[in-house]
Design a protein around this ligand. Structure first.
Ligand SMILES: Cc1cc2nc3c(=O)[nH]c(=O)nc-3n(C[C@H](O)[C@H](O)[C@H](O)COP(=O)(O)OP(=O)(O)OC[C@H]3O[C@@H](n4cnc5c(N)ncnc54)[C@H](O)[C@@H]3O)c2cc1C
Length: 431
């Protein structure tokens, strides 16, 4: 009897999930497993909850939905709270597991966990298999190796667009066999994971994010087909208010509730059935940014999490300035456009791309605060936190990442005049 563990990480879906499908195809039964790694709910270097309350709630909803979707296929999801390198070997021993399948991550913290798990599996003589599930392109699709990947996005994109094709989505499994005697524990609560009380999200939020693959696919259908927003994406994407100025796919993408390849497939169908224009191209263009940041994070590894970033030479350092950091977080800098954006983030866990660029630039270039403080706050607060996109974008704006221009500066007054000319956004978030 071949029993394999499918260890779900940031791939909380049954559609286009190579890890799940390959495991099913190569085994008699599988044990689907999700572990709330307690280290993800601790306090960060600068004193934030590593996973804030909004993202924790979204994660719980996503895990619950995955469990439900697996149950519909005759399976289930074992949920544990603890440390993967302790829990996985225990389960291997108990169920005579021959192999563990999981999605590969690329950043130091995540890779350390993989390595620790693998070390334990070696002791038990259990195999493992890593799959790549998070990006449009896999590492093997790229026309260059990771150490040789271009550092500038435009070069990366041009090479990729000329040399690569995107793989089809992996079919969704139709049936899952799990061991009969499996124990399924109850899902934890936000209170248990964070040792904190309930919370409310501000009603002014751009969209009512609910975690899980089912909601992700619903949003994809609504945005692309029902509300027909895709045809206008290029023109609306720098907006600030409401559901439809941008796709809002990011939170589901971050946890893998939504596959970027499914988005690509829908966009291509839309081009055939409705319209092909700059907007349909641009959504895929943005997904390539996401891929770029992931591969770049893999290439630059620990450097991405240092103040000097990818630079070898020491750049003039900003301060670990908690006073200005607090003002920025609480939306009391006195600069209304910055404050409005920071209020939205603090009260809802989301902020537009334009807002993120402006507030990040303001912290680094105007308040002269160490960019890692801002990145850590975003990590805690953003519902769509993705380690590669977050730290990659921050390093870019701080001038220590992939930006070929060393002096990227956002003039806040100009930005406010261009993107919020009638002050509607500021009125919404400063009242
Ligand atoms: C300082 C800073 C921090 C950021 N942190 C994150 C983060 O933690 N998680 C995250 O997903 N995005 C992050 N972004 C990128 C971007 O702001 C969000 O992806 C976007 O605002 C999410 O909204 P949307 O899904 O409606 O985007 P859309 O405009 O609809 O874009 C579609 C998708 O393309 C991808 N995308 C778009 N822009 C970028 C970008 N600049 N970098 C990488 N991917 C992009 C996202 O997956 C997004 O869902 C950050 C940007 C900045 C400037």
């Amino acid at each position: 009897m071949k029993t394999k563990i499918v260890w779900f990480r940031n791939d909380l879906r049954i559609h286009d999930n190579a890890t799940l499908s390959t495991a099913i195809n190569n085994s008699d039964e599988i044990i689907p497993l999700y572990i709330f790694d307690v280290r993800q709910f601790q306090t960060t270097h600068f004193g934030f909850k590593k996973t804030g309350v909004v993202r924790t709630q979204f994660l719980l909803e996503s895990v619950q939905n995955l469990q439900y979707n697996l149950q519909q296929l005759g399976g289930n999801l074992i949920v544990r709270v603890g440390i993967p390198e302790f829990i996985i070997p225990e389960l291997c021993k108990r169920y005579n597991v021959t192999s563990v399948y999981f999605s590969k991550e690329v950043t130091p913290e995540e890779v350390r966990v993989e390595n620790a798990v693998e070390k334990e599996l070696i002791k038990l003589g259990v195999n493992w298999k890593e799959e790549w599930t998070s990006t449009l392109l896999t590492k093997d699709d790229l026309p260059f190796s990771i150490p040789k990947m271009p550092d500038v996005f435009t070069t990366f994109r041009t090479k990729v667009e000329h040399n690569c094709s995107y793989a089809d989505v992996v079919p969704t499994p139709v049936k899952i066999n799990i061991p009969k005697d499996i124990t399924v524990e109850e899902l934890p609560t936000v209170e248990r994971l964070l040792h904190s009380q309930n919370y409310t999200i501000d009603k002014r939020r751009a969209i009512g994010f609910k975690g899980g693959e089912t909601e992700a696919i619903k949003r994809l259908n609504e945005y692309v087909w029902e509300r027909n927003c895709l045809k206008d994406y290029f023109e609306t994407r720098n907006g600030l208010i409401g559901e439809d100025y941008s796709s809002k796919f990011s939170a589901w993408l971050a946890l893998g509730c939504l596959s970027p390849r499914l988005i690509y497939k829908e966009a291509k169908q839309y081009e055939v059935q409705r319209i092909k224009n700059k907007s349909t191209y641009w959504l895929i263009f943005e997904l390539l940014w996401r891929d770029f940041f992931r591969f770049s994070a893999q290439k630059n590894y620990t450097k991405l999490f240092t103040e000097n970033g990818f630079n070898d030479a020491d750049k003039a350092k900003n301060e670990d300035d908690f006073v200005n950091l607090e003002k920025w977080i609480n939306g009391v800098t006195g600069v209304d456009f910055v404050d409005a954006n920071m209020n939205e983030l603090r009260l809802t866990g989301f902020m537009s791309n334009r807002g993120r660029q402006i507030t990040a630039s303001y912290l680094v270039n105007d308040l002269k605060v160490n960019w890692l403080m801002g990145a850590e706050y975003f990590e805690s607060q953003l519902i769509d936190y993705d380690v590669c996109s977050n730290y990659g974008n921050w390093a870019y704006i701080a001038g220590v990442g992939n930006d070929p221009r060393p002096d990227r500066y956002f003039n806040i007054d100009k930005q406010a005049a261009s993107y919020d000319p009638q002050k509607k956004y500021r009125q919404l978030w400063l009242s």
